[in-house]
Design a protein around this ligand. Structure first.
Ligand code: GRF
Length: 214
């Protein structure tokens, strides 16, 4: 049985998809807490509604990243967490934090990495004129939005898209690949070698979700 914490900053729709999958598919895992770095995060209410304990570790209460990450680590240790999922968690974590949870820290990013790391991915994808966009679930390493890729989902960019229509199309597939990839971690299927992840017993095409196009 793995103990999982989910970190959020906002609406928490990825968190909700994960909590539901864990329950409905009877994973050998327990969601110990949903932790937000903002007391106003709407996802906290969603988590409560799903019966998951919630906590706030407010980044504003800390002078710097080191002290915030230390507070976060303290809570995760107290909960005895095996796996930490960043589900729309909008804080950059220190190298110390990332190495402490190496191999047990996973993020979902709204682009087909290594394209468009960082913020405003949908607007940047539109500005670049890409025809395909998407999302990536990856293990977290100290370099922002890099790290071994577990799963990706691709969606087409359509005529008339703006950042919000594109974001909604991407978010829908995020909800499908995040639970899948976290389950592989829960089941200890992930091996990393030379910066690449292998998922034991999972065919390569299961690690890609492709919606649309022709
Ligand atoms: C998602 O697109 C996530 O990838 C990004 O922020 C959005 C958060 O959505 N980092 P939610 O809070 O999971 O609903």
């Amino acid at each position: 049985m793995k103990t999982v914490a989910i970190l959020i900053s906002g609406q928490g729709s990825n968190m909700a998809s994960l909590v539901r999958a864990c329950r409905d598919e009877h994973w050998p895992a327990r969601i110990a807490a949903v932790i937000a770095n903002r007391a106003e995060a709407a996802g906290l209410e969603v988590a409560r509604g799903l019966g998951v304990p919630v906590e706030v570790v407010a980044h504003t209460a800390h002078a710097g990243r080191e002290s915030f990450d230390a507070a976060l680590t303290e809570r995760l240790d107290a909960l005895g967490v095996d796996l930490v999922v960043l589900a729309g968690f909008m804080r950059i974590l220190t190298e110390g934090f990332v190495s402490r949870f190496a191999g047990r820290l996973v993020n979902i990013h709204p682009s087909l990495l290594p394209a468009f790391p960082g913020l405003d991915t949908h607007a940047r994808a539109l500005a670049a004129g890409v025809r395909m966009h998407g999302a990536t679930v990856h293990l977290v390493t100290p370099a922002l939005d890099h790290g071994p890729i577990l799963a990706q989902a691709a969606v087409p960019v359509l005529d008339g898209d703006d950042a919000s229509t594109l974001a909604a199309r991407v978010l829908a597939v995020e909800h499908r690949i995040l639970p899948k990839a976290v389950r592989w971690l829960v089941e200890d299927r992930v091996r990393v070698s030379e910066g690449r992840a292998e998922v034991v017993g999972v065919p390569a095409d299961e690690r890609l979700l492709w919606e649309g196009g022709r």
